[in-house]
Design a protein around this ligand. Structure first.
Ligand SMILES: Cc1cc2nc3c(=O)[nH]c(=O)nc-3n(C[C@H](O)[C@H](O)[C@H](O)COP(=O)(O)OP(=O)(O)OC[C@H]3O[C@@H](n4cnc5c(N)ncnc54)[C@H](O)[C@@H]3O)c2cc1C
Length: 468
């Protein structure tokens, strides 16, 4: 078996410490001498290439607690991987012990109460599969393979955010392993400050092993996409409408090159378009009225909207499940000037990758009815989510042109927004982490961090430093 030199060099240091952990738990532990190590150390981003010490495939909260105790006592870096989609690459790190949730993906739904208990390794797709047979759904993100562990601890903004809020707004309680190895429940009545911090503060405070959510009765939606030629007037029309539309309508829009999808006329593939992914959760008749202003923005290149099961919308983002690399910058905005719209259109037209996109999401609705200080996600009053995402698929490709593209357009439009969603941060430094937590939020998070993780055991995240 060929082993990369960096992996082979780990072999000599494996046996002693890991033998201690192996005595305590039955969970599978993958070290560099294991045939699956090469695969197990990879994450979704093809550019992250790190060599952890051990990957512990936990099967219970007790396994997690033993792994936490082990890493703390021996002094290993400790990372957490639920779905492995961290845009900053935090799920795995060099020399780390990785708490890997790939064997904890169970979702149990009580159809009578609409309560779901979800193990941390489950994905949005796993939740759809378990809830949809009962006409139930959870408001999560736009990609089926994203893990509920990272998504929820950051907030969770998806296809029903305007109707049912963020994923954390449906959270009833969590089971958490703390830095001292205790297993506790946090909710509005138990460890309330911890519960506040976990709803948006990322993985700073503990390792969540199980989430309890209140699902919504959703049933059929009007879903699909409307693809329009991307002009300033069309983008302006989109921005003006989507935050004022009925809150049953949530959209995620991409300014992008039209993909070679079966429903895009062949001669339009590659054209710069505005793709508006749409989920309408009200009656179909009202939905047709609500969608009319979007359809009237231009002559559609394609319009695939039709009644569907909620989970079918994920077919439109199935390509996002594939391993890829991303150069990312994100901000919230309350509006975008014509100048910014023109810059966005020009930059997509000249992007070095046909896969790169600028993503716009209209917010408001239910997400905005929760106060900025009620959870650690403190951007609820912002109108738009704006993300520049340079994307490439080949690990041997030079990342420089893609990173330069993202940096260049960011330079041109960043002054029109502020703040950032923690789950759309890459490694951008402390000032940007503070931007994720405006107002009193950052200081409150420091207090909770100091209380629950004073030694900063959980530091592979957008790290909040404990007071020291
Ligand atoms: C293709 C793609 C599409 C996305 N779309 C959306 C979207 O529509 N909406 C949205 O809100 N976000 C979206 N995101 C961002 C996503 O929410 C974050 O990247 C999230 O952190 C991924 O979670 P994960 O469990 O898959 O990642 P992981 O890499 O497993 O975890 C990321 C980090 O989250 C923390 N964490 C993970 N699990 C736990 C746990 N059990 N307990 C405590 N902390 C934990 C840890 O700090 C960990 O390092 C998207 C990301 C990608 C790559």
């Amino acid at each position: 078996m060929y082993l990369e030199p960096r992996v082979a060099s780990r072999l000599s240091v494996i046996p002693e410490p890991i033998a201690l952990l192996r005595k305590q738990i039955d969970a599978e532990i993958i070290t560099a001498d294991h045939p699956e190590f090469e695969v197990a150390r990879k994450t979704q981003d093809i550019t992250f290439d790190v060599v952890p010490y051990a990957i512990v495939k936990v099967e219970s909260a007790e396994d997690v607690a033993a792994t936490v105790d082990f890493a703390r006592e021996i002094g290993f870096p400790l990372t957490v991987r639920s779905g492995g989609h961290s845009l900053a690459g935090f799920g795995v790190a060099d020399d780390a012990v990785v708490v890997d949730f790939s064997k904890m993906k169970q979702v149990s739904v009580d159809p009578a109460s609409g309560i779901a208990t979800v193990q941390a390794g489950a994905t949005s797709g796993d939740i759809v599969a378990a809830a949809q047979p009962y006409g139930l759904a959870l408001t999560t993100g736009d990609t089926a393979s994203v893990g509920i562990g990272g998504l929820t601890t950051g907030g969770g903004i998806g296809f029903m955010v305007r109707k049912y809020g963020l994923t954390i707004d449906s959270l009833v309680s969590v089971q958490v392993v703390l830095a001292d190895g205790r297993i506790v429940t946090a909710s509005k009545s138990e460890h309330p400050r911890l519960f506040w911090a976990i709803r948006g503060g990322g993985g700073n405070f503990g390792i969540v092993t199980e989430f309890t959510f209140q699902l919504e009765q959703v049933g059929l939606v009007l879903g699909g996409d409307i693809v329009l030629p991307a002009t300033r007037a069309v983008v302006r029309g989109y921005l003006d409408y989507v935050t004022n539309a009925p809150e049953e309508l949530t959209t995620i829009a991409h300014i992008m090159h039209a993909p070679p999808a079966p429903y895009i006329p062949e001669e339009r593939v590659g054209e710069v378009v505005l793709q508006i992914l749409t989920v309408w959760t009200g009656s179909p008749e009202d939905g047709e009225h609500a969608l009319a202003p979007l359809r009237a923005l231009g002559t559609p290149v394609a319009d695939t909207i039709h009644p569907m099961e909620y989970g079918d919308i994920y077919q439109y983002t199935a390509h996002q499940n594939m391993p890829h690399a991303a150069a990312l910058r994100m901000m919230f905005a309350d509006g975008l000037s014509d100048r910014a719209v023109d810059e966005i259109l020009a930059s997509v037209a000249s992007s070095p990758s046909p896969y790169s996109i600028i993503q716009l999401r209209g917010l408001g609705g239910a997400a905005a009815r929760v106060g900025n200080e009620e959870t650690a996600f403190a951007h609820r009053d912002r109108a738009f989510f704006v993300a520049i995402i340079g994307i490439w698929l080949d690990p041997s490709e030079d990342p420089a042109p893609h990173r330069a593209w993202t940096a260049e357009i960011w330079e041109k439009i960043a002054d029109e927004g502020s703040g950032v969603y923690v789950n759309f941060l890459s490694k951008e430094g402390d000032a940007r982490i503070r931007e994720a937590y405006p107002g009193k939020t950052y200081e409150r998070l420091v207090e909770v961090k100091t209380m629950y993780d004073p030694e900063n055991l959980f530091q592979f995240n957008q790290n909040i430093l404990p007071r020291g």
